[in-house]
Ligand binder design. Sequence first.
Ligand SMILES: [Zn+2]
Length: 262
Amino acid sequence: VSEYSPRAYRQLLAALKDRETHFAGFGGESMTPTSVYLRHDVDFSLEFAVALAEINHDEGVSATFFVLLRSHAYNLASPRSGELLERLNALGQRLGFHYSHGRLADEDESLGRRVADDFGITADLVPALEPVWCVHTPSPTLLQRCLELQVPGLTNAHSAAFLRDVPYYSDANMRYSVPTWLSIASNLDGPAQLLFHPVYWIAAQPGVLANLAVAAASASREALREMELNYHWHARFNGSVPIAVSRLADSLSAEAQTRGDG
Ligand SMILES: [Zn+2]
């Protein structure tokens, strides 16, 4: 298996289980040499998150899924999202808060208060939310600030203890090949944090842009569920996905390839 895929992800979990990994939550318990903090940032789709959680559950593995409050791709407050969050919980997974800074200036002094305020709103929407957070697509400056940022009552998965003082490996930009990931997983010799974005392993396309194309098509399909409430839409499509939307991933992917994949 050389490409990111559900099967490759399962192999990675198997490699971690071979070394008697303890799949730890970020809060509460103390770190041990076998602690692995398995983290999933839900950047685009709760459906992809559930698909990855089903693999974790099959393998007896528990991870923390960090969900966005200020996302335009999924709405944490919708009944549909509520069902998917409950499903993540039922699959034995933990839920954390993925803080999105939007266009906030890196030097904003009220960063800690913003994180706390947004966490409070998210906790109202997601009863199972654990008091743990990390930041979404930080600039290098913001990432540096988050390493030191203490928000009262919340564990910071982006703090030095989880990011600098222990090995930290992320699949951002699909930077590691699957063989490299398998070697990383097999050779851990102490606690570590591993970040896997559901989109890369579930969309399972070769290359970042092709995966994002599938995510964009999936977000469009999800948004169309709202149209089903409209009489005219329902009368014509009756629950089926319009052909134009079914083709969206292919056509986006083709367009992405003509622009050069990354
Ligand atoms: Zn993110």
